[in-house]
Design a binder for this molecule. Structure first.
Ligand code: CMC
Length: 428
């Protein structure tokens, strides 16, 4: 709280609203009593000016291109940390000691197997089902299998559910992939790292060994770090809203996966690579830039622009570097990377993108890396969901523990018909 108040005058009524101060970032006007005092609602479709909750997890300064998890810059975490360590940090608030990390890693490792009955669940899907459709269904179904971790009032059960979700998500995603290509499911292996295990479950086959390339394992782990959390984005807000009614964690995370799937959110990584492949050659870039600028054309540059970042997305910087590392390690070169680099350069020197402050976001380069590793485009958003599960469960836990938490129940500006009498069908 600050000494300041914000005064809003509506007709003859003036309301003083307290101004709250975060540890960093914009002040927040507390309008909780506004409706009671004035009888009016505030209007903010898309929540462009609304803080929906208090949080200690992630801070973004979109103008400066800053992203901090529990205070630590994303660039430093991507460079020096591991996904398991970042998961611990987001869930528990501090970086772990070596012992605490080993214990956490072991706990997650021992939750990676799925109830065997869930394998039959997969067989109900068509082989050409999108992995995100399978993920929504299977993750939602976990609540039918793990009854012992759905009491949200019990902090111990909440933590077990969180560990289960983080641990089982790679298994669920890898099985979605295996099902789509008609290969047998590969069980998790406790001797592998979180990310190595996911690579193995995705690419190994019983007929021969799969060798995990250390550079690929490291690159994918870094991609997971870059996607771990991102403040109150659409899917995280969905998880919080679903959880605000007291729904169980598996159902809430399934809701988050559904929201993430959309092309304006997590689905943009798949859409971005499809777009780059469609452009195909640098000579065609101006045509696509012109389309993106054309108000009468719904086309947008996928992987470009962000609600919060009005500067280079710090995650995109790390992604671009990672493309080069993966290409060097695998001795591959995909011409689509050159298209991406030139598209970025041309867009950034164009007045339209400069004026609207549209920069590459995390999804612009991630598809190039994932494709080089061998993932089909349909798996890209599933990988995003896998990593974001850490943020979702951390935010969900924070919400449930917050004494100010209430069921999320927005109001509206109603513009439909006013009351009118029902007309029987023969009189219409
Ligand atoms: N290409 C062309 N024009 C764009 C783009 C783009 N990618 N993004 C925004 N604009 C224009 C938009 O037309 C609008 O112009 P005007 O003011 O003249 O109407 C202006 O920029 C502001 O756009 P907005 O849609 O009002 O902004 P928003 O904050 O509601 O949307 C966004 C943010 C990410 C949905 C949008 O930039 C977009 O659709 N980008 C492409 C999809 C994408 O890459 N999404 C991944 C986001 S990062 C990963 C994640 O967090 O999920």
């Amino acid at each position: 709280m600050t000494d300041q108040t914000a005064t809003i005058t509506l007709g003859d009524t003036s309301v003083d609203s307290p101004v709250l101060k975060g540890s960093v970032g914009p002040d927040v006007v507390d309008i909780r009593k506004f409706y009671g005092q004035t009888g009016a609602f505030t209007y903010d479709p898309g929540f462009t000016s609304t803080a929906s909750c208090e949080s200690k997890l992630t801070y973004i300064d979109g103008d400066e291109g800053v992203l901090l998890h529990r205070g630590y810059p994303i660039g430093e975490l991507a460079e020096h940390s591991s996904f398991m360590e970042v998961a611990y940090l987001l869930l528990n608030g501090e970086l772990p000691s070596a012992d605490a990390l080993a214990h956490f890693d072991n706990t997650i490792t021992r939750h990676t197997m799925l109830h065997e009955q869930l394998a039959t669940f997969y067989r109900g899907f068509r082989r050409d089902a999108h992995p995100m459709a399978i993920m929504c269904g299977v993750v939602g179904a976990l609540s039918a299998f793990y009854h012992d971790s759905t009491d949200i009032q019990d902090p111990h059960q909440r933590m077990i559910a969180s560990h289960r979700l983080i641990a089982k998500m790679p298994t669920i995603a890898a099985m979605a992939y295996k099902y789509s290509v008609g290969q047998p499911f590969i069980y998790p292996r406790n001797d592998l790292s979180y990310t190595g295990n996911f690579l193995n479950m995705t690419f190994a086959v019983p007929a021969e060994d799969y060798e995990i390339h250390p550079a690929v394992e490291r690159a994918l782990d870094r991609i997971f770090i870059l996607h771990a959390d991102h403040e109150q984005n659409a899917s995280t807000s969905t998880v919080r809203l679903a959880g605000s009614s007291g729904a169980n964690p598996f159902a809430c995370i399934a809701a988050g996966i559904a929201c993430l799937w959309g092309p304006a959110h997590g689905g943009a990584n798949e859409a971005a690579l499809n777009m780059l492949r469609e452009i195909g050659r640098p000579e065609r870039i101006p045509e696509y830039i012109a389309r993106a600028k054309d108000k009468d054309d719904p086309f947008r540059l996928m992987g470009f622009g962000h609600r919060v970042y009005k500067n280079y997305d710090p995650r995109a910087t790390v992604m671009q570097k990672t493309v080069r590392e993966v290409f060097a390690a695998l001795k591959v070169n995909d011409p689509v990377f050159e298209v991406a680099l030139q598209l970025e350069e041309m867009a950034l020197s164009d007045d339209y993108f400069a004026e609207k402050k549209l920069f590459p976001n995390v999804d612009f380069y991630s598809g190039v890396i994932l494709s080089a590793i061998g993932f089909p485009t349909t798996m890209f958003t599933a990988l995003f969901a896998l990593a974001r599960t850490v943020g979702w469960v951390a935010q969900w836990n924070e919400m449930i523990s917050d004494p100010a938490q209430k069921i999320g129940r927005p109001r509206q500006l109603y513009t439909g018909p006013t009351q009118r009498p029902y007309v029987p069908v023969d009189k219409r």
